[in-house]
Design a protein around this ligand. Structure first.
Ligand SMILES: [Zn+2]
Length: 260
């Protein structure tokens, strides 16, 4: 029997690509090496789906928030909706929230407003924020500095310099399969400078499958491939990477374990 040691701090099992086998897949993961999964919801339509999964599987947790892609749909009462959902003990974070200037699916002023409101709410509720930042480093840093909830910048894609600024503000940094990609030189430099107590590991499933599975549907069973690459970069063993990222996630998402 394998002792479960994997904490996948970011996966989207509510995604349509899991429709054919969602429940079997997740129960298979939990009877194998996966101990915990956090599934951030991204829009109003996904909240119930994610919460239902969190209530089906004991070690599956939810985050609630409006992704920058969906910022246009945020209503005036967003804070009340999120605060009400966050009374559920299986909700452990506000996310995923942030800025995406690569796709610009919502107008930037709207993204900034909705991100800022949700950071303020995370701070007020004393919940960590799960942050998406794509081609928007300066604005993300400025808003984090203004609000300062705890949290993680997930699927990190920045430089070692940006990582250092985030670390100084107390943030955790999450790495996905993108750190295994061949063109990941900048990311490799960043992964090398994160202190042991700030590193998180995540799939961002169904996206970002690590090498040699790149392009396939990702799931939490591929975390060891990411751990292997992080271990190489950091001069550690894959087991050490899994151990420290698990400890860090339990420290950051402190509601886990506290609900019993
Ligand atoms: Zn995500």
């Amino acid at each position: 029997m394998t002792i479960p040691t994997i904490f996948d701090s970011h996966a989207h099992y509510d995604d349509d690509r899991f429709d054919p086998d969602r429940e079997e897949l997740i129960s298979g993961l939990f009877s194998g090496p996966v101990e915990y999964i956090i599934n951030p919801a991204c829009d109003l339509a996904s909240f119930q789906k994610v919460l239902q999964l969190a209530h089906t599987f004991p070690r599956f947790y939810a985050a609630v928030g409006i992704h920058p892609h969906s910022a246009s749909e945020a209503e005036k009462d967003l804070e009340q909706t999120l605060a009400r959902l966050a009374t559920d003990p299986k909700v452990v974070a506000i996310g995923e929230i942030g800025l995406d200037y690569h796709y610009d699916f919502s107008p930037r002023p709207r993204q900034l407003e909705v991100f800022s409101r949700q950071l303020a709410l995370a701070k007020q509720l004393e919940l960590p924020a799960i942050i998406h930042s794509r081609e928007a480093t300066a604005d993300v840093l400025a808003l984090l500095d203004a609000h300062r909830p705890t949290g993680v910048v997930h699927c990190f894609s920045g430089s070692a310099e940006t990582a250092k600024e985030l670390l100084e503000m107390g943030y955790y940094i999450g790495f996905t399969g993108s750190v295994t990609f061949k063109n990941a030189r900048k990311l490799v430099e960043a992964a090398a400078v994160i202190p042991d107590d700030r590193l998180l590991i995540e799939t961002d499933a169904p996206y970002m499958a690590p090498e040699p599975y790149r392009g396939r549907r990702n799931d939490s069973s591929l975390i060891p491939a990411i751990a292997m690459r992080l271990a190489e970069i950091r001069g550690a063993t894959p087991d050490e990477i899994l151990r420290i990222t698990r400890e860090n996630a339990l420290r950051l998402f402190s509601r886990i374990g506290a609900e019993i």
